[in-house]
Design a protein. Structure first.
Length: 224
């Protein structure tokens, strides 16, 4: 059963609202102080020598500009929150779907699992190690494609080195790519997973997959 965690939009909006309220409360306090000072000055001015209102007009103009800035920020915050909520609603549509993402976590289902990788440049040797969550080696696959012109897909038949079937579950794959000097080369690993729930980390939506991986919706390469 898929579950949806509380939206980050709510927490982000709360933080933004709190900041806006703090700024507006300070502005209101400044207005009150300004009005009290103005009333005191007018009440105690010398009728024969009226005070110069230039300073008050300048201060009032500054307070008005601050109020306009706060209002603008509040409007932008509301727009940002609505865009975030719209994005979250779109991410919800991925629940239960199979997505391909950059990840080294893969799921063995019905005795079959697949992953892929891409190389930054041509390699001399490429192999893959499939491990359990505690790091136990389950299978090693040698002599994988070494070119950098495509993303290479690898299918694991779900069997260990002795040909015995491995129980379904979540595993981790390690790609080892080396050049002619046996130096490690950079690569990116990809795996598919079913989206089980939408979570939020530090205000950002994250897709939790059945493989155990947690990825950003922006990293999704394809949807099956």
């Amino acid at each position: 059963m898929t579950t949806l965690s509380p939206t980050s939009a709510a927490s982000a909006q709360t933080a933004q609202t709190s900041a806006a309220e703090t700024s507006r409360n300070k502005l209101d306090a400044d207005y009150q102080s300004f009005l009290k000072l103005l009333i005191a000055q007018v009440s105690n001015q010398d009728p024969l020598e009226p005070m110069d209102s230039t300073a008050f007009v300048s201060q009032l103009a500054q307070l008005t500009q601050v109020e306009q800035s706060i209002t603008t920020n509040e409007t932008l915050s509301k727009i940002e929150t609505r865009l975030s909520e719209a994005g979250s609603r779109s991410d919800v549509m991925l629940l239960g779907r199979e997505v391909l993402v950059p990840s080294d976590q893969l799921s063995l289902r019905d005795g079959k699992a697949a992953f892929s990788y891409s190389l930054s440049e041509g390699a001399s040797r490429v192999s893959a190690r499939i491990l359990t969550s505690d790091g136990t080696l389950v299978r090693k696959i040698d002599d994988l494609p070494v070119t950098s012109d495509a993303r290479h897909q690898v299918v694991w038949d779900g069997r260990d080195p002795d040909g015995l079937p491995v129980p379904d579950g979540s595993f981790r794959v390690e790609i080892a790519a080396t050049d002619a000097d046996d130096e490690a080369m950079s690569h990116v690993t990809f795996a598919s997973g079913q989206v089980e729930r939408l979570a939020f980390r530090d205000g950002w939506p994250m897709l939790a997959l059945d493989t155990g991986a947690e990825v950003s919706p922006d990293s999704v390469i394809s949807i099956e």
